[in-house]
Write a protein that binds this ligand. Structure first.
Ligand code: AP5
Length: 214
């Protein structure tokens, strides 16, 4: 099963990717996480990508595609995968079909959340520096302040969660990613899911949609 989760920044793609990956037994592949790992390596390529990310802009397609191509070619993706944040525009969608030798995706799940919730979710997000687990100061606080429940590493605020960058990310989403909805709707693959409520409620809604289409 090959699924892509799409939606605005903070809509819960990463949270749902982690929960659904376990439920469906497929790897969760976040293009944002792949890029952040690559930028930590400190290569000139990584610094270039970080510059785009810190400004809230999309990283050039060819850089992201290389990472995705390498990741979906690994053995653990033989039975499918769950993409989070990729594709992000119609060109990336076309490129993905080429990477998959024309096979394409089975489902594209669009997570819909009102803008007020997005701001609230991103301003309280904390991420574990060790294992990448996601927290929220109000909705999913860690047991010990500033520390991960699982590996005890420090929790940090992402560089691109500053207010001005979040505004830019939302504008980029509307301009460059929303056209993807028309692309996948025309292809008969787009399923819109209400992203409000608890993470478990959202997971249930997505699973219902996926089961219906099996
Ligand atoms: P990326 O990391 O993909 O960021 P994003 O799409 O902006 O999405 P976020 O990770 O901010 O949010 P999310 O939807 O995953 O929400 P989350 O689950 O964390 O990309 C970062 C950058 O990388 C981009 O700006 C771009 O520069 C670059 N990039 C990435 N992919 C690219 C591509 N394909 N092409 C080009 N460039 C690319 O949830 C947010 C918070 O809300 C958390 O605190 C969470 O705990 C909480 N939360 C989640 N669900 C709920 C709920 N139901 N109720 C209450 N709180 C909730």
């Amino acid at each position: 099963m090959r699924i892509a989760l799409v939606g605005p920044p903070g809509s819960g793609k990463g949270t749902q990717g982690e929960l659904l990956g376990h439920r469906l037994s497929v790897p969760h592949i976040s293009s944002g996480d792949l890029l952040r790992d690559a930028t930590r390596a400190g290569t000139p390529w990584g610094s270039k990508a970080k510059d785009y990310m810190d400004r809230g802009q999309l990283v050039p397609d060819e850089l992201v595609l290389e990472l995705i191509k390498e990741r979906v070619a690994r053995r653990d993706c033989d039975g499918g995968f769950l993409l989070d944040g990729f594709p992000r525009n119609p060109d990336q969608a076309l490129a993905l079909t080429r990477v998959l030798n024309g096979a394409g995706l089975d489902h594209v799940i669009a997570i819909e959340v009102p803008e007020q919730s997005i701001v609230e979710r991103l301003s309280g997000r904390r991420t574990c520096r060790g294992c990448g687990r996601l927290y929220h100061l109000t909705f999913n606080p860690p047991r010990r302040f500033g520390r991960c429940n699982v590996c005890s590493s420090e929790l940090f605020v992402r560089d691109d969660d500053r207010e001005d960058t979040v505004r830019e990310r939302l504008a980029v989403y509307r301009r460059q990613t929303e056209p993807l909805m028309g692309f996948y709707s025309d292809a008969g693959l787009l399923r819109r899911v209400d992203g409000s409520g608890t993470p478990d409620q959202v997971t249930r809604r997505i699973l219902e949609v996926v089961e219906e289409l099996r």
